[in-house]
Design a protein around this ligand. Structure first.
Ligand code: PLP
Length: 448
C-alpha cells in the first residue's frame, strides 16, 4: 500500500485528471442526494477483504457517489451558505493533502504556520485588531464559536476561585447561528437570547440590567453576529462593544458568513465596532473563496486562549516553547494546515482581487433585490442585507415552496431552499459565488 507501483502511477494520473476535469466544469452538475437503498443498489459493498483496486474505487466515486453530493460551487446553489473556492485554493488543497503536514506546533509546521499566520493577519487587519492579535484556522464556524467561548469562560474565572462553582451565562441574539446555542450546550452553560433581528447595545444593556445579582456574576460573554445566517443582519457592534467593555464582559463576534464583507469597502462601515471584540471568526470556506473546511478564529489577546486551550502532557513538552503552536488556540491538537489553500490563493492573487470578488457578489445581490421588487408575484420580506435576499412568492404556502425547491433540484436547475421569517415560510438567496450572474438569478426568478 505504501509503494509507488505501476498501478499507483496510473491511479495518480487518473486522480489528477479527474480533479482537473472537475475544476474545469463550468458549471458543474448540481447533482442531488440519493436514498441509502439507491446507493446500495448502485455501489454495493465497497469495503471488501481484498479491495476493489484504485481505478474501480475511483469509478465508484465518480459514477455513483459524487453525483449523490450537491455541488456547493454551482452558480445557482443559493441555499444555506454556498461555497466558491478559487482555482488556486482548490489546487493547493491537493498539495496540502500530499504534504503530510501536521499543522499543530511550530516544531512540526513552522513554514505552514508562518503562512497561515500571514493570512490570519490580513483578516485581523481588516477587522482593525491590534498587533498582538492571532489565533488559528479551525474546521468551521461551529468549532470557532465554541473555542472562542471556552477562552471567554477561562478569562472570566481566571484568578477568581469564588466563580468556580458558578455555571456560566452567555448573552446572544435570536438571530445568532445555531452553533452558539450548541456551544453553550457543549460547555454546559446557560444562554440568554435577547433583541430582535438586529442585536443592539441597548438590548444588551437592558438584558444586563435585568439580570439578578447572581446571574450578572455568571455572565461571561456576549456573542453577537456580523451577518446573520438567515437575514444577513450585522449587529450593532459599536454599541455592544461599548456595553461589554463597561461591564467587563468578553465580546465575541460570529462573522462566519458575513465577516468576508470586511474586505469590501462598500459595506465596511457597517462592521464598525468589530475592533472592540475580544474574539471573532470568519469562515473562508463561505465567502472568502477557500475550500472546506476553514474558519479563521482570531483573538485580541491570544495568551488568554492559550491558557484555556493548551493541552498538557509529557509527550507534548518538547513543543511548548515553540514560536507559535496553532494547537494552543482552539479545541484541537492534530490538524490539517487548513489555512494554506486560502494563504496560497491570497499570495497568488493579492488582497485586491478578494475585495473585488466580494464586491461583485454584493452587486449581484443588490440587482437581485431590484428584480424581486419588480416581479409582480414576489416581494422582499426584509431589506436586502449583505449578499442575502429573503422574499415571498405571493399566494404560496410552505408546500408550494417545498414543491418548487424540490423540482428545481430534481431537474438540475438550482438549489434554493425555503426558510422561515417570523413563522412564515419564505425563500432565501445567499450569493457568495462570483460565478453567479444576474442572468442566473433571472432564470430562477422566472420559474417562480
Ligand atoms: C453566522 C454563522 N455562524 C456559524 C456558522 C457555522 O459554521 P460551520 O458550518 O462552518 O460550522 C454558520 C454557518 O452557516 C453561520 O452562518
Amino acid at each position: 500500500m505504501h509503494e509507488i507501483t505501476k498501478d499507483m502511477e496510473v491511479l495518480q494520473q487518473a486522480i489528477v485528471r479527474y480533479s482537473v476535469e472537475r475544476m474545469r466544469m463550468d458549471p458543474p452538475e448540481i447533482d442531488a442526494p440519493m436514498t441509502p437503498e439507491q446507493l446500495t443498489a448502485m455501489a454495493g459493498q465497497t469495503i471488501t477483504d481484498k479491495g476493489l483496486g484504485g481505478l474501480e474505487a475511483l469509478r465508484l466515486f465518480t459514477d455513483v457517489l459524487a453525483p449523490a453530493c450537491i455541488s456547493t460551487d454551482h452558480p445557482k446553489f443559493l441555499a444555506f451558505v454556498p461555497a466558491a473556492p478559487t482555482e488556486a485554493s482548490t489546487l493547493f488543497d491537493l498539495i496540502v493533502g500530499a504534504s503530510s503536514i501536521c499543522g499543530s506546533s511550530w516544531l512540526e509546521s513552522a513554514g505552514a504556520t508562518f503562512a497561515e499566520n500571514q493570512a490570519l493577519r490580513w483578516i485581523a487587519d481588516l477587522a482593525g485588531f491590534g498587533p498582538n492579535a492571532g489565533g488559528a484556522f479551525v474546521s468551521g464556524g461551529t468549532a470557532g464559536n465554541l473555542s472562542a467561548l471556552v477562552a471567554a469562560r477561562h478569562q472570566w474565572r481566571r484568578g477568581k476561585p469564588d466563580l468556580e462553582p458558578l455555571r456560566g451565562l452567555v448573552i446572544s441574539s435570536k438571530g445568532a447561528h445555531a452553533s452558539i446555542k450548541q456551544a453553550t450546550y457543549v460547555m454546559d452553560v446557560d444562554l440568554l437570547e435577547v433583541g430582535g433581528d438586529r442585536l443592539t447595545g441597548q438590548d444588551v444593556e437592558e438584558a444586563m440590567v435585568g439580570l439578578s445579582e447572581i446571574d450578572r456574576k455568571r455572565l461571561f460573554a456576549v456573542a453577537c453576529t456580523a451577518g446573520t445566517t438567515n437575514l444577513g443582519v450585522i449587529d450593532d457592534m459599536q454599541g455592544i462593544g461599548a456595553v461589554s467593555h463597561v461591564h467587563d464582559v468578553w465580546m465575541h463576534v460570529d462573522g462566519a458568513y458575513g465577516g468576508a464583507g470586511l474586505a469590501a469597502p462598500s459595506v465596511r462601515e457597517a462592521f464598525n465596532g468589530i475592533e472592540l471584540a475580544h474574539s471573532f471568526i470568519v469562515d473562508p470556506h463561505k465567502w472568502l473563496f477557500a475550500p472546506f473546511d476553514c474558519c479563521a478564529l482570531i483573538y485580541q489577546n491570544p495568551r488568554l486562549a492559550r491558557e484555556a486551550h493548551q493541552q498538557q502532557g509529557a509527550y507534548l513538552e518538547v513543543v511548548y516553547d515553540g514560536v507559535w503552536n496553532v494547537s494552543d488556540y482552539a479545541h484541537h491538537l492534530s490538524r490539517r494546515a487548513r489555512g494554506l489553500p486560502l494563504w496560497f490563493s491570497l499570495a497568488t492573487h493579492g488582497t485586491e482581487a478578494y475585495a473585488d470578488a466580494v464586491e461583485q457578489t454584493l452587486a449581484v445581490a443588490q440587482e437581485t433585490a431590484v428584480r424581486i421588487e419588480r416581479h409582480p408575484d414576489l416581494e422582499l420580506v426584509t431589506e436586502q442585507n449583505l449578499s442575502i435576499c429573503v422574499f415571498r412568492r405571493k399566494g404560496w404556502n410552505s408546500e408550494d415552496y417545498a414543491k418548487w425547491s424540490d423540482h428545481q433540484l430534481d431537474t438540475g436547475q438550482s438549489f434554493v431552499t425555503p426558510t422561515k421569517h417570523n413563522g412564515e415560510t419564505v425563500l432565501r438567496f445567499c450569493i457568495v459565488n462570483p460565478r453567479t450572474t444576474v442572468q442566473h438569478i433571472e432564470e430562477i426568478l422566472a420559474s417562480l
